[in-house]
Design a protein around this ligand. Sequence first.
Ligand code: NAD
Length: 354
Amino acid sequence: MPKRFLVTGGAGFIGSAVVRRLIEQTDHEVLVVDALTYAGNLESLASVAKDPRYRFLRADIRDLDAMRQALADFDPDIVMHLAAESHVDRSIDGPMAFIETNIVGTTVLLQAVLAHYRTLDGERRSQFRFHHISTDEVFGTLGETGYFTETTAYDPRSPYSASKACSDHLVRAWYHTYGLPVVVTNCSNNYGPCHFPEKLIPLVILNALHGEPLPVYGKGENVRDWLYVDDHAAALILVAERGAVGETYAIGGHNERRNIDVVRTICTILDEIQPDEGGPRERLITFVADRPGHDARYAIDAGKIEAELGWRPAETFETGLKKTVQWYLDNRQWWENIRSGQYRGERLGLGNED
Ligand code: NAD
């Protein structure tokens, strides 16, 4: 049965993957609500832009009137909330935008969505969901062993993760206090097509292509659990449609890798596809001063979503990374429009992994 999905942040990296999947692989209708900050890019939605089931509204989630109007006009069955400030280094340099969008914006959206939910009745009311998309960074850092699960205590350590932790708590408060039917997901690091080139994997691909230094924080020993973005999008749609109200699902790829190994693997893949006259690209690796408060290790136990909803990632890290490198080679126009001097050599351009 086709449903109406309102997707905030649908012009971003993960949101656009969700929207492409909803339009290309389901019968659902989609309204993207996105402010188009530096991270929002309509070119990531170009493949679905002409579909009659797709609509776009440029609006800020902090604007209560705009959110109320969008909800009244579109009358969604499901709201998937991905709009956020998402870059850890930017949160260190300028935390206020993270407080405003991730905390205030989420609260404004919750108010507007609750009012919409209360207008529904019967089956539509019982099937309505507010799906809040979050990160495993809210759990802080792990030692060499152990995994984050749905019951891990919150211990955020960066302004970004603290603002996301706050938004998670607010969403659960709207469930317990007002009865809004919510589902929450906390996912590990994503990679794949349409990833803004301030993050580790796209930055390393593009710098390696251009023969530029490949900056790695500290000794490159921080460990992240990587998930291909289309596998995340599939998990998110599954949770939005079939997740149990009030529940949280941890999502991860079982792909723990040290940053230095991620960078070396990208060099090897590129060397195979497009050898560099200067020799193997590992020569470009440059170690730089570590990020303040850099979490050592993240890893997810995704057993609950696997057992309860039957989700499994389709890609291994190796297959997903090959697809990603090939996507950047095939979609020069997408990143040439973004890549400019301001993302090179500055702190924001160091290519952190989250
Ligand atoms: P992104 O930065 O690529 O996209 C964010 C989108 O939100 C952009 O399109 C931007 O224009 C929009 N936006 C920002 N502020 C807004 C506002 N005030 N009003 C309306 N729109 C606004 O982020 P992403 O990597 O796609 O992440 C999406 C969500 O998933 C975030 O909530 C993030 O915390 C979470 N998440 C990300 C990762 C990851 O590895 N990237 C992993 C787990 C969870």
